[in-house]
Design a binder for this molecule. Structure first.
Ligand SMILES: Cc1cc2nc3c(=O)[nH]c(=O)nc-3n(C[C@H](O)[C@H](O)[C@H](O)COP(=O)(O)OP(=O)(O)OC[C@H]3O[C@@H](n4cnc5c(N)ncnc54)[C@H](O)[C@@H]3O)c2cc1C
Length: 454
């Protein structure tokens, strides 16, 4: 059996390589940098533990539990503390608990009486035509009103996409929301009826899913995958060309492969020189998938220098509040072992589509901007005891209006070019769980392809 080439050593490529290894299918993984993990990068600095990229995995599918068991990592997984269910949204520069029950919704000061009354009308709003592609902002204004857009959806979208509801496509970026309207005619009715259906099928909603990391951060997962795949991984190998000739693939080197998986950011896929039977096939259009830049600013403080109780997951900053940062995760409240005793660790994100220019600032300037927000919102008074800044110039792909053409392009190429596969955050969803599922499913498609062609 010929080997398979996997290009990209982020969580998507690693998952695919691991699943193929388990099935006895030989694969070589090529990674451009000197380490695997992609945007997942944990930095242990004495008693501080900083995440440069993602912080938590949301367990919305059994796939991740299975992989953790197969890797022998069950004992090292840590679920976030119960208080992480509490989330704050900033209103009038103060953090307000996001309501999590009908009663707390009625009592909350996060939304005005008018906004609450407007929500009650939601089941009576007509659904949009199925073929109309709406922005998330237009969808939310139409169904539940502009105050929910400003104080619920806008900060939420900053937290997930670092993006803008004005440009994200509701159908592409939030397909479940779109489907609720199309299927039930109402988000509220859909939540109730859809929840019952999900229960019957054994699925878990994002709201109810558990969040976790590992004792040494998310890097534990990618480092362990890296160790398991050690002999198959080639780091410092940026692939530039891919050629298919007579059912055989090569990457500008002597080795031949029976298939190639692209598990790369879209802007890197776009740069690849692909030829099929000596004819060039351009991937350049994938370079038009827009990425939001994000800087993560991790700061440590003495506990007594922070007025807020930090009893939650974190606080998100709506754009209308005009703060510098997108929000802050209370990292040391979520998981133990993130800061020395008597100190706390806070992870703030800055930039995004709201203020992309900010990621060009120096780490000192970024820390200053974040410190100003932390002082206003959480009452942080003292100096930081620890800091780590990491800048992602192209962090998260935006599933904007018109994104569907990119997805169709990748799907069509996979169908028409035998042995070429696509996976990862630019095609199957932007969360870690999406990337893990994407790598897992790509391994399944590759295994089927090999069965057919052997
Ligand atoms: C700041 C930030 C915070 C996030 N927070 C969360 C969170 O808390 N929870 C969550 O669920 N998700 C979060 N996400 C999203 C999630 O981390 C990503 O969607 C996921 O990790 C993407 O994995 P990937 O393997 O598809 O891509 P990547 O991690 O980008 O990996 C792609 C790999 O390909 C390599 N590569 C590039 N070009 C080449 C080439 N030519 N040849 C070989 N290799 C190449 C790169 O070096 C990289 O290692 C966050 C993302 C960011 C950026």
């Amino acid at each position: 059996m010929k080997r398979v080439a996997i290009i990209g050593g982020g969580i998507t490529g690693l998952t695919a390589a691991f699943r193929l290894q388990q099935q006895g299918i030989p694969a070589t993984l090529f990674e451009a940098t000197n380490r695997v993990g992609g945007v997942i990068q944990t930095v242990r600095d004495g008693e501080y533990l900083a995440e440069c990229g993602p912080n938590t995995i949301l367990e919305t599918s059994p796939l991740i539990g299975e992989m953790i068991a197969d890797l022998g990592l069950e004992g090292r997984r840590i679920y976030s503390s119960e208080q992480a269910e509490n989330r704050y949204i900033v209103r009038n520069k103060r953090p307000v608990s996001l309501p999590n029950s009908p009663l707390s919704f009625l009592a909350t000061s996060l939304f005005s009486l008018r906004a609450k009354a407007r929500l009650m009308a939601e089941p009576f709003i007509r659904r949009a035509p199925a073929d109309e592609e709406e922005s998330l902002a237009k969808f939310v204004r139409r169904r539940i009103g502009s105050e929910f857009l400003d104080y619920a959806i806008n900060p939420f979208v900053a937290g997930v996409y670092a993006g803008s509801p004005e440009t994200l496509s509701v159908r592409e970026a939030f397909p479940k929301l779109h489907a609720l309207e199309q299927r039930y005619g109402s988000l509220i009715l859909g939540q109730i009826l859809g929840g019952r259906a999900r229960k019957r099928e054994g699925g878990v909603s994002k709201k109810n899913a558990l969040k976790f990391s590992f004792d040494q951060g998310l890097g534990t997962l990618t480092d362990t995958l890296g160790q398991r795949l050690k002999k198959q991984i080639r780091t410092d190998q940026a692939i530039r060309e891919i050629n298919r000739q007579n059912d055989s693939w090569s990457l500008g080197q002597a080795e031949e492969y029976s298939g190639v998986l692209l598990a790369l950011p879209a802007f890197r896929m776009a740069e690849l020189q692909l030829t099929c039977e000596s004819k060039p096939v351009s991937l350049a259009m994938l370079g038009d998938i827009h990425y939001a830049p994000v800087a993560s600013v991790v700061l440590g403080f003495y506990r007594q220098d922070v007025e807020h109780s930090l009893d939650g997951f974190g606080a998100l900053n709506p754009e209308v509040e005009q703060l510098h940062s997108l929000g802050t995760i209370f990292s040391s409240s979520l998981f133990p072992g993130r800061a020395p005793l008597g100190q706390v660790l806070l992870t703030s994100y800055i930039g995004g589509l709201r203020a992309p220019h900010l990621v060009s600032k120096t780490p000192d300037e970024l820390c200053e901007l974040v410190m100003a927000d932390l002082k206003t919102v959480l009452g942080v008074n003292g100096k930081s005891t620890y800091r780590h800044v990491f800048i992602h110039r192209r962090a998260i792909p935006q599933y904007d209006i018109g994104y569907g053409r990119f997805k169709t392009f990748m799907n069509d190429l996979e169908k028409s070019v035998s042995g070429l596969f696509f996976a990862g955050h630019c095609c199957d969803g932007v969360s870690l769980m999406d990337s893990i599922a994407s790598g897992h499913e790509a391994a399944g498609r590759i295994a089927n392809h090999l069965k057919k062609t052997d």
